[in-house]
Design a protein around this ligand. Sequence first.
Ligand code: SF4
Length: 304
Amino acid sequence: MADNERLVQKLLELKRAKKAVILVHNYQLGEVQDVADFVGDSLELSQKAAMTDAQVIVFCGVHFMAETAAIICPDKTVLLPDLHAGCPMANMITPQALREKKREHPGATVVCYVNTSAAVKAESDICCTSANAVKVVQNLGDVGEIIFVPDQYLGSWVSEQTGREMILWPGYCPTHARILAQDIQRRKSEHPGAQVLVHPECRPEAKAVADAVLSTGGMTRFVRESAADEFIIGTEIGIIYRVQKENPGKRFFAVSEQAVCPRMKLITLDMVVSSLETMTNIVKVPERIRLKARRAVDRMLEIR
Ligand code: SF4
């Protein structure tokens, strides 16, 4: 038996014995996506975490995602196979800095992208993901000032879509910031019939030349339902493994081969197996923070 087959066999046995579920983000390595019970974007993965009756969740993504699962499921054990898998954008805001901003804008409603620590979520009124951010802001009604953290590019796009002015935090995703409008134009000239799909974390100039601006979950649905057979993909390139596997007759081109999130590539199949075998690394959120963060996450999950 080849090494990978042996690992997959071992993982299946461990999953049965420990009643575990493996949740995997769309940007993860192909070998990790292949052993997932579910592959999805942040919103889909939080919804799966909320619904699962497994006792252990092995979360293959970055730290804030595992924390979100721990916020929603305090009675389950949440494992992150590599604790170094953090999101640089999430580190661009601290709870102290957010408290300071709230003091400058008393009474403002804080909408917090899920790409943040639990402590920042605890300082926020409601969370959102790139899949539901527009809906979340539309749903707020007439609340006065809105502070949107930490992604300025997602925030400016939501502002544009909803017509709501918002106070934007100057954070950004270094990986999506590398996806440039001129690279999209070049790919378009190489593949004139292709549909261009771009993530809302990209710069406004990149979004302006796209056919659709979508979360990764939105991209997978768009590709499945589209009559087109070629797509130019403007997000972290890990998604291409998934859409290619699900749509073998269609062709996918990355806007930029540089659009790689190094932290999303840390977890390997080997690590998933050893994480479950040794029950490391357990991600926990202190109860005081968890309860406050949960309110913001629940308010988001209630929006359909
Ligand atoms: S792709 Fe960007 S937002 Fe996603 S985990 Fe990596 S740095 Fe964070």
